[in-house]
Design a protein around this ligand. Structure first.
Ligand code: 6GU
Length: 236
């Protein structure tokens, strides 16, 4: 998969892309991530990317005549124009279902906003898939773009060592339960014991315990997952 990042702060991604699973996936050629510094598309001597909002009010707005040519040029770098995702708190919520949808693409363009947002005409012209990572406010789309890269990458065949692990994760299709509690050595710590069943060697009993644990935990913490129809997430 190819991912193009469009951002005013490409440095934010450097450490993240050069560690762990992501670094590995890039080195193995499973993932090709390129960042593009949006300010290169500013064409005045002050490199202006934003301006005060018409009608007044706080903050600054990213200028349509900078952002649209930038996205169009980045799209043209490959024969496949890719799926354009705009990170914005006004977008549809990112869920595992959306992640699965994005993971099917050959190319993603992730457009990160800053300040108060984009001129609405960026949306009207480019018709991006607007995505938010939750009901809270971030300074910009960069952290949200990382959440997308991180979650999508796990679904690309070969990225995770153990192919089965992503499909068993909480929230993957067909699994709407939280993960069961996990234990490892030592068996007793500060008087707290790991459940004996897990050390019984009886795999039938262990699976039963895990299933009950997942259900109880989900009921206590996230009852919304038990009665939610996952198709509602996309409004279909
Ligand atoms: Cl995608 N951007 C910003 N600025 N804030 C957010 C968000 C995105 N998702 C949740 N909050």
């Amino acid at each position: 998969m190819r991912i193009d990042l469009i951002t005013l702060f490409p440095g934010i991604f450097e450490g993240y892309l050069s560690e762990s699973i992501l670094k590995d996936a890039i080195e193995r050629g499973l993932l090709d991530v390129r960042s593009h510094y949006m300010r290169q598309w500013a064409n005045d001597k002050h490199n202006t990317m934003d301006d005060r909002p018409f009608g007044g009010g706080p903050g600054m707005v990213l200028k349509v005549d900078r952002v649209v040519p930038c996205v169009e040029e980045v799209r043209s770098y490959d024969a496949n124009p890719g799926r354009l995702v705009m990170l914005t708190p006004q977008g549809r919520p990112l869920t595992q279902r959306v992640v699965e949808e994005l993971a099917r693409e050959e190319r993603l363009i992730l457009l990160c906003g800053r300040y108060e947002g984009f001129d609405q005409r960026v949306v009207d012209i480019l018709r991006p898939d607007e995505i938010s990572i939750g009901d809270y406010v971030l300074n910009g789309g960069e952290v949200a773009a990382m959440a997308i890269i991180d979650s999508v990458m796990r679904l690309i065949p070969g990225v995770l060592g153990d192919e089965t692990s992503a499909s068993l994760d909480s929230f993957s299709s067909g699994n709407r339960l939280l993960e069961e509690d996990q234990y490892t050595r030592p068996r007793v710590y500060r008087g707290l014991s790991a459940p004996d069943i897990l050390l019984s060697g009886d795999h039938g009993l262990i699976e039963k315990w895990r299933e009950i644990n997942r259900k109880e935990k989900t009921f206590a913490r996230r009852p919304d997952l038990l009665d939610d129809d996952p198709s509602e997430e996309r409004g279909v």
